[in-house]
Design a protein. Structure first.
Length: 251
């Protein structure tokens, strides 16, 4: 097993996301699932159905991360251009995949509807299929890029089929604690603690609840012993600031 971090980028493709007409829920599911598999999502982008943007973004991110996962833009209509763009990014032809075509043709339809549906059987030459347990057309993989549906239930089914098939790195664990302090009251102490634990990410998230200001402090890292040591220092800083650490959690 690779003990270095395995990284990923998520590309959410679709004008309907950027316009606000559709709310994305795929990123949350992908990030959590990959995290459980030991793959760290380091970046996510929402991009439009514009071929030059998709091609440039795919080429940029596939060179930077171990894996790239795209959602959206692989349907039957004219604006579903993801497969075309992936083929162009890899400089290969787009071909009709017989296995996807067979699955699509099992559902009878008038010729014009069938022709539209068969657009979803086009994949870049050399791509392998990502299974679709819902029974619809499959997604595909080419090198380190995975192309999946945008419909959440279908995307989740496709992603589930990849479990155990990807490289993984060390799991990222998180510890959290709540303090009824304003961020500014504890910022200096947190800065000092973070400087001593550069391998652990310390995040501060303010909230206002029951007429009180507070801060949720979240520690994320791969070394559980280091996380525990750092958490003790964070709790001490909360106590020194005159409050009691609350809602301590580890996961």
């Amino acid at each position: 097993m690779n003990h270095n971090a395995v990284t990923a980028c998520v590309l959410i493709i679709g004008n309907e996301i950027l316009s606000g007409r559709t709310q994305d829920v795929n990123l949350n599911h992908i990030a959590q699932t990959l995290g459980h598999w030991g793959i760290q999502v380091r970046e996510a982008r929402v991009i439009p159905d514009v071929s030059t943007v998709i091609i440039e973004t795919v080429n940029e991110t596939r060179a930077r991360y171990d894996y790239v996962f795209t959602t959206g833009g692989i349907g039957p209509t004219h604006d579903d251009i993801t497969a075309d763009c992936i083929a162009e990014a890899f400089e290969v032809d787009l071909v009709l995949h017989p296995e996807i075509a067979t699955r699509i043709e099992q559902r009878p339809a008038p010729p014009d509807v069938m022709a539209s549906r068969l657009r979803m059987a086009r994949v870049p030459e050399g791509a392998t299929l990502v299974d679709n347990p819902t029974g619809g057309p499959q997604g595909f993989r080419i090198e380190n890029v995975f192309v999946m549906a945008g419909i959440p239930a279908v995307m989740q089914a496709m992603l589930s089929s990849l479990e155990g098939r990807l490289e993984s790195g060390p799991m990222v664990h998180s510890h959290s604690v709540t303090a009824y302090l304003g961020e500014s009251q504890i910022a200096g102490a947190l800065r000092d603690i973070q400087s001593r634990y550069p391998d652990v990410d310390l995040g501060s998230y303010p909230f206002f609840r029951a007429d009180r200001y507070g801060t949720s402090l979240v520690l994320r890292g791969t070394d559980e012993a280091r996380l525990g040591m750092m958490m003790e220092e964070v709790k001490s800083a909360i106590i020194e600031a005159g409050e009691t650490p609350q809602d301590v959690r580890t996961q």
